[in-house]
Design a protein around this ligand. Structure first.
Ligand code: HAM
Length: 428
């Protein structure tokens, strides 16, 4: 045997046993997004590296340390997307979606970050991403947050904490950054190494530090919300009022700064204690300057992304009911006459019973073998067609879950009988 090739570290297969949870999440998400008037956009996985440098920020961990970047054969610098917002904005500008128009969009798919893999943190993961453009007022912030909340509710997952903060305008942030640096410099020698480095590259990120000594220093640090200008404060207060009006609970977290540079005003994050260290399941915020910064018309924007793997973990932990996925019926067939007759009958049944999941035996086998496969498939019923039954125009219907004896049913009656047994609609 040749040596086995394994998947790339931090990149996971979604096996058939996991697929129903993914399908359920995507189906509910598509429904909820449509219910709020959001349209889907699909984007390439690869973009020019420059896009992420300019959008996410050159001194962020994501761009500096985590991007999968390479030169293609034509010498272009390209990257696997580390997030979806930059691509949505790029596409919106490229196709003129932002000219004098509001846009409500969503997209989904794999994103890539070269992080240290651990439970809930991967190098390829998936996001469900929602973005809205062209509306600067706080009612949109409330809508976006309510939309994520509605998705969680419709899925039946709970126990989250919604954390909220405001970063104000870029000018507010710059003024606050200077104050924060002044304060932290006084304790520079006691800061952890990472925070010391960030002090000169991206000081707001020090607020994120999990190192106890640094956190102790941060206790006395100036707080961003105390430095908001009047319009930013009014915006933030209106968002909070709007959330309260809708009965959406939140906690203010003055240290919530986010790891991407494009944010302004409202930022938010849903966390769950059930997720361990990687506790954020959904995060986002406003980015009013980003479209213009990437060469588009001045256009405010706001959005969020859900970490699909993390939400699926919670769906499983909270035993969210999932649609049945395996076959309901296994069709056993044996004999020269029965084989093609069964194939035709299987087609008829699938056409006339929408929603029917029927597995037709392939690869031959004695009745006993086929019934063993039927049992292993998880199906509720086996259909059995041999040459004798085929000649008589009948099929045997056998319950695999101990509901009575096998019955012989006329082929003409079979669709109606199955529809009744499986509670499926019957087409003529
Ligand atoms: P983000 O906070 O970098 O934001 O990622 C959003 C979510 O993706 C996180 O809350 C988490 O659930 C999931 N996530 C992040 N990194 C990993 C990882 N290594 N493994 C598994 N899951 C992960 C953004 O990406 C922004 N683009 C969100 C946004 C949209 N802001 C405005 N619009």
């Amino acid at each position: 045997m040749s040596q086995k090739i394994q998947a790339v570290r931090g990149m996971n297969d979604v096996l058939p046993s996991d697929a129903p949870a993914w399908q359920r999440l995507h189906a509910v998400a598509a429904e909820v997004f449509a219910a709020y008037g959001y349209a889907e956009i699909r984007l390439p996985v690869v973009e020019r590296s420059e896009l992420f440098k300019r959008a996410v920020g050159e001194v962020t961990d994501v761009v500096e340390k985590e991007m999968y970047s390479f030169e293609d054969r034509g010498g272009e610098r390209l990257s696997l997307r580390p997030e979806l917002t930059a691509g949505v904005v790029r596409a919106g500008i490229e196709h003129g979606l932002f000219f004098n128009r509001q846009q409500r969009l969503w997209c989904s798919g794999p994103v890539f970050r070269y992080e240290r893999p651990q439970a809930g943190r991967y190098r390829q993961f998936h996001q469900l991403d929602v973005e809205a453009f062209g509306i600067a007022t706080p009612d949109l912030d409330v809508e976006i947050i309510a939309l994520a909340e509605a998705l969680f509710r419709r899925l039946g997952v709970g126990g989250f904490r919604l954390q909220l903060n405001s970063l104000g305008t870029p000018a507010v942030r710059a003024a606050y950054r200077a104050k924060l640096v002044d304060y932290l410099r006084r304790f520079e020698s006691s800061l952890d190494e990472d925070s010391r480095r960030r002090l000169s590259t991206n000081p707001l990120r020090v607020l994120d530090s999990k190192v106890p000594a640094t956190r102790a220093i941060l206790e006395g640090a100036p707080q961003l919300p105390d430095h908001l200008d009047a319009p930013s404060r009014a915006h933030f207060e209106a968002v909070q009022r709007g959330l309260s009006d809708l009965g959406i609970a939140y906690a203010l977290n003055p240290r919530l700064v986010r790891g991407l540079d494009y944010y302004t005003h409202t930022v938010f994050e849903w966390t769950s204690t059930a997720l361990g260290a990687q506790d954020a399941v959904c995060a986002g915020g406003r980015y009013d300057g980003l479209v213009e910064q990437l060469g588009g018309p001045p256009t405010p924007g706001i959005g969020f992304a859900i970490g699909v793997e993390r939400l699926v973990l919670l769906m499983r932990a909270q035993e969210v009911p999932l649609p049945e996925a395996g076959p309901q019926v296994y069709f056993c067939r044996f004999g020269e006459r029965a084989d093609p007759a069964a194939a035709q009958l299987a087609e008829t049944l699938r056409r006339r019973l929408p929603g029917l999941r029927l597995l037709l035996n392939a690869g031959g086998g004695a009745l006993k073998t086929q019934l063993r496969r039927a049992d292993a498939s998880g199906a509720r019923y086996a259909l059995i067609l041999g040459d004798d039954e085929a000649a008589a125009g009948r099929v045997q219907v056998k319950s695999l879950r101990g509901e009575g004896e096998p019955r012989s049913v006329a082929v003409s009656e079979l669709p109606a009988q199955l529809a009744e047994l499986l509670e499926l609609p019957l087409l003529s």
